[in-house]
Design a protein around this ligand. Structure first.
Ligand SMILES: [Zn+2]
Length: 174
């Protein structure tokens, strides 16, 4: 049995990512330049060439580990808060800011993924987003049903995602 709490706490480390915006402009420029040194362009995608975790680029800032696409979003487009950064290109290792957009909160009825639900399939990004939302809202009544509805999947499918029975490659330590 996979401990879903550990999914939440591993992601909690990333919730301070906006702190990077508090660093000096000079330091942010250095981080940005370093990011761009570590990519290879493939079509429109900027593919991360350094360490990966579950296909996502990993980078370090002040000894803290971050997902490279989240840092790229932050430095090119701005604050993330506790939202998910999603790919339009469905390539986890891509850090092209033009391919990145913010997911929205569970309580936002005009959510992008709800509007596009019929054409949306589950991707790595969306599964990470689902697990993050679950970790943040685990005591909300009917949360599993709400998430299943939001993401357009059957409730058993949602249970499997949340228990870690499926999409196991995205769990920490895998
Ligand atoms: Zn891309």
């Amino acid at each position: 049995m996979v401990d879903v709490l550990s999914v939440g706490s591993a992601q909690a480390l990333e919730m301070t990512i906006d702190d990077v915006l508090a660093l000096s402009k000079r330091k942010q420029a250095i981080i940005k330049a370093r990011l761009l040194d570590n990519i290879k362009k493939q079509g429109d995608c900027w593919i991360w060439q350094k360490a990966l975790s579950a296909d996502y680029g990993i980078t370090h800032i002040d000894h803290k580990q971050y997902k490279a696409h989240r840092v790229s979003y932050l430095l090119h487009k701005g604050a993330i808060g506790d939202l998910c950064v999603l790919h339009t290109c469905d390539v986890p290792a891509c850090i092209n800011p033009d391919h990145l957009y913010l997911g929205t909160r569970l309580d936002n009825s005009r959510d992008m993924m709800v509007r596009n639900r019929k054409s949306t399939k589950l991707t790595n990004d969306i599964v990470i987003c689902i697990r993050r939302e679950y970790a943040d809202n685990r005591y909300v009544h009917g949360i599993q049903t709400k998430l299943a509805h939001k993401y357009g999947v059957a409730r058993p499918t949602m249970q499997h995602i949340l228990s870690g029975a499926t999409w196991t490659h995205l769990l920490p330590g895998e």
